[in-house]
Design a binder for this molecule. Structure first.
Ligand SMILES: *Cc1c(COP(=O)(O)O)cnc(C)c1O
Length: 483
């Protein structure tokens, strides 16, 4: 088509050319002084793309405006500085990494969406040192011979749990899978009907069993399972007895379940290993903090369980890992299984886990310096004092209608019991001229990102999960979200 020919149709709706006169070109924009700082750290392609988007968004907006209000009344074209400001703002949003640090004001201590346990300083230092350097991952420095990477934490785990041997994989789901595959492929495992759990939407015990090649044999009923239910179900196809901690739910009323000592007695009698998936895996007794239902790894080993499995990033307060402790013959068999290679941990997991476990050699020290344990132990009086200072600071901010203290509950989270909480004091902030949803959204998009509870017209901040050193930053983040 010859474009110079006068068209008989109306020209497409849009402003006359002068509406765009004075707009900077992409080149002028990306080379301008305002973007000098961006040019030093952001790849040029990203800046070009942001500038193109800003200019074309402006053109589209003007086209829309002129269609409704007429070309003659359009506002003047913004100057280059204004376009540059928009490019910087756009880069600020699009250039940010997807994985960013978050201030957790949700009050959920082990928030899977926020990466579960924040690490202790010693673990962070070790991550940096081992990450930066080569390390003795599979080299035994004594003999100069090849070593096993899992042996790095084996001795520590044995000391801390009283087990004969230990190994690790990437998470507790992997631990469950490899334990079942190594002990019961092609055979059956007895599990109580009341313990067929789903955790976090993707860990479903029956599905893990199916993938492992073992057969699930359910015994008992949802609320009551007796030792006779297990013993009556044992036949030649049964390879193991398994107990699973019902981490995130509780059956109340007329209930009965079988204890590890009972299962161990039966297992010994019939020559079957007892597997105990304790889930959260405390290395210290949590009943001292008021949590009566959190199994301690050493207690399960002492009761005679052959294999005990738990997560590294739940109540241990370390990196994501699946920890398996128990009898040497079973651990050896697990370490020889081909899945071990697929579930192999890297040097960073080993570094952070080793450093975390070393802290537990002095349990009193662990209570002080493992972040999640310190959070759980913070006395309500201190928390109230912190919350009160925080509320006072927030009351003076622009855009805050009210900031009031309220007694509330902190949950362990991360697949632990929702009925077990710790008392806490929260600050409930109502914004002027902004819904709680919008306020919550702006907090998430801020720098640093803040995650708090959004409900009933307010945003609720639980300081139990906010580090004392983050308080000033949190107040500043709230102010930016409200401006
Ligand atoms: C959390 C949990 C798991 C899954 O552990 P991940 O480390 O998240 O893979 C398995 N079993 C129990 C009982 C749990 O509580």
């Amino acid at each position: 088509m010859n474009t110079s020919e006068p068209s008989t149709e109306r020209p497409p709706a849009g402003p006359p050319a002068p509406a765009f006169r004075g707009m900077p070109s992409v080149h002028e924009l990306i080379e301008c002084a305002e973007l000098a700082e961006c040019r030093t750290r952001i790849p040029r392609g990203e800046i070009v793309s942001a500038a193109r988007t800003v200019l074309s968004e402006y053109r589209r907006q003007v086209a829309g405006d002129s269609a409704t209000i007429g070309g003659g009344h359009l506002p003047p074209v913004p100057n280059r500085d204004e376009f540059a400001r928009q490019v910087i703002e756009r880069l600020r949003r699009t250039e940010r990494p997807r994985l960013r640090r978050v201030i957790n004001a949700s009050g959920v201590i082990l928030h899977t969406g926020l990466g579960r346990a924040p690490l202790a300083q010693a673990a962070i230092d070790s991550l940096a040192e081992i990450g930066r350097n080569y390390a003795s991952v599979e080299l035994d420095l004594d003999s100069g011979e090849r070593g096993k990477r899992t042996h790095i934490v084996r001795e520590l785990l044995c000391k801390l749990t009283g087990a004969e041997s230990a190994t690790i994989v990437n998470n507790n789901a992997a631990a469950t899978l490899i334990v079942l595959a190594a002990t019961a492929t092609g055979r059956s495992v007895l599990v109580s009907r009341g313990e067929l759990i789903e955790i976090g939407g993707s860990f479903r015990l029956p599905e893990i069993m199916e993938v492992s090649g073992s057969r699930l044999r359910e015994v008992g009923t949802t609320n009551k399972t007796r030792i006779s239910d297990y013993s009556n179900a044992i036949d030649d196809s049964v390879a193991a007895l398994m107990k699973v901690h019902t981490s995130n739910f509780k059956v109340v009323g007329f209930t009965e379940s079988v204890t590890i000592p009972d299962l161990v007695r039966l297992g010994r009698e019939r020559g079957l290993p007892v597997i105990d998936d304790i889930g959260s895996g405390a290395l210290v007794d949590f009943s001292q903090f008021g949590f009566s239902d959190e199994p301690v790894a050493s207690a399960s080993i002492a009761a005679g369980a052959d294999l005990v499995l738990f997560s590294g990033d739940k109540l241990v307060g370390g990196p994501q890992a699946g920890i398996i402790v128990g009898r040497r013959e079973w651990i050896d068999r697990i370490e020889k299984h081909p899945l071990m290679r697929a579930f192999r941990v890297d040097k960073l997991t080993l570094a952070a886990l080793q450093a975390t476990l070393r802290i537990y050699r002095d349990p009193a020290r662990a209570l002080e310096i493992i972040p999640i344990l310190a959070m759980i132990r913070e006395p309500i009086s201190e928390l109230r004092e912190r919350a009160s200072r925080f509320a006072t600071a927030c009351q003076t901010l622009t855009g805050v209608a009210e900031a009031i203290l309220a007694d509330d509950t902190t949950y362990l989270g991360g697949g632990s019991l929702p009925t077990q909480g710790i008392s806490t004091v929260t600050v409930r902030i109502r914004a002027t001229g902004q819904s709680e949803t919008e306020f919550g959204r702006r907090l998430r998009l801020g720098d640093p990102a803040v995650v708090a509870r959004v409900q009933d017209g307010v945003v609720i901040f639980d300081l139990r999960t906010v580090f004392p050193g983050q308080l000033g930053e949190l107040v500043a983040a709230i102010q930016s979200a409200l401006l």
